[in-house]
Design a protein around this ligand. Structure first.
Ligand SMILES: [Zn+2]
Length: 378
């Protein structure tokens, strides 16, 4: 599966797509209302089949006849999505995990609709027919494989994109290097490497934070519902979008570089909640999670290995030389001396050694103690 994403030309015609997305939002909210009523009455979930049948009936009524403007597959997709969300909710409830039922969405916050086989057609060049209208898009690359799913999305700036999922399986060649590495995530140093080839967080992360704070302050000073406020909000959203693009580029480049350089990469499984508690919202800016998705994708394409280890071992608290566990290590301590073997540890570096060791032994790659790996990388 590969997803191709293109921007649709801005044009007056796009109103049609905006209306379709809003209509999808209206149907979504209607389904949510039905589910909620059903849940209140019977304390269980309305199944997808009954919902689908009900929706088909509604579409025949005058009051809901406009729903027919949206492809029937898009409606089915909405029903399926809500069904999945409810199933997740009930599963969580059983496991005692706190989570809410899916909820209503404001029309302008509703973002997309999805079609599977029908309701659209790719025409020649850069044209696509959606519903009964033809749109042009910026075709930045050829679409490979058979199209399986089309999603039409709008962003907060009102631009419309198409996401085309195909069955294409991408493969790329990358040299086998025999290189093995353990990485520890961090704020200032994005990745601390067991072989000292660290990846620093790009400076623009910090600069962007400053710019965002400034733009938000500007927005908050504008009068509510004023034209100036609308403009300030747009410029804040534009900034968010530019930052997201910058971050994406950085992630892709780095993922490409690492998957060229290393055959085996080990990480600790991300615990976003714990990281947020440690570092506040900054970790969202760095986007560790979305970086890992890209890295894993490229690794699979190039037949390299990325392994995330369970959090069974306190990697920063365990001495990578003698295995002593220093229980009292506090967050602010960037260095610590092992009372057992007297080694002075840099907190993150020590963690990366441990991640490497556990990863390598999990895969049976032999001795990768710090000294041995330093010899490999030298
Ligand atoms: Zn020690």
């Amino acid at each position: 599966m590969k997803t191709f994403c293109f921007k649709i030309y801005n044009s007056k015609k796009n109103r049609y797509l905006h209306n379709q997305i809003s209509l999808a939002g209206e149907i979504y909210n209607h389904c949510i209302a039905l589910h909620k009523r059903y849940y209140r009455m019977y304390k269980k979930s309305l199944n997808a089949y009954s919902l689908q049948k009900h929706l088909t009936k509604l579409k025949k009524l005058d009051k809901y006849s406009h729903w027919n403007q949206l492809g029937s597959q898009a409606i089915q997709d909405i029903a399926d999505r809500i069904d999945k969300a409810y199933k997740l909710f009930f599963r969580n409830q059983k496991l005692g995990i706190k989570s809410g039922t899916p909820n209503f969405k404001k029309r302008r916050n509703y973002k997309s609709f999805t079609l599977k086989q029908a309701g659209y057609k790719l025409l020649g060049d850069n044209r696509i027919k959606i519903g009964n209208k033809i749109f042009k898009y910026f075709k930045s690359q050829d679409i490979q494989g058979n199209v399986k799913i089309l999603t039409v999305k709008r962003d907060k700036l009102g631009d419309i994109y198409i996401h085309i999922v195909t069955d294409f399986i991408e493969t790329r060649t990358a040299p086998r290097t025999g290189e093995i590495v353990g990485f520890d995530f961090g704020l200032k140093t994005f990745l601390t490497a067991s072989n000292d080839n660290d990846i620093e967080s790009p400076l623009f992360f910090h600069k962007n934070n400053v710019a965002i704070r400034k733009a938000s302050r500007k927005l908050s000073k504008k009068q509510r519902l004023s034209n100036n406020r609308r403009k300030a909000r747009k410029s804040l959203e534009r900034l968010h979008k530019r930052i997201a693009n910058q971050r994406n580029d950085f992630h892709w480049k780095l993922a490409n570089e690492l998957t060229d350089k290393y055959d085996f990469m080990f990480f600790e499984t991300l615990n976003i909640k714990a990281m947020q508690m440690l570092w506040g919202k900054k970790i969202c800016d760095l986007g560790f999670y979305s970086f890992m998705l890209k890295l894993k994708y490229l690794a699979s394409v190039k037949s390299k290995t990325v392994l995330c280890l369970g959090r069974f071992e306190p990697s920063s608290k365990t001495c990578s030389v003698c295995g002593y566990v220093y229980k009292y290590l506090e967050l602010k301590e960037r260095e610590w001396r092992c009372p057992e073997c007297d080694t002075l540890h840099d907190r993150d570096r020590n963690a990366s050694y441990n991640i490497l060791r556990v990863g390598a032994s999990t895969l049976g790659l032999g001795d990768v103690s710090p000294l041995a790996t330093m010899a490999i990388s030298a």
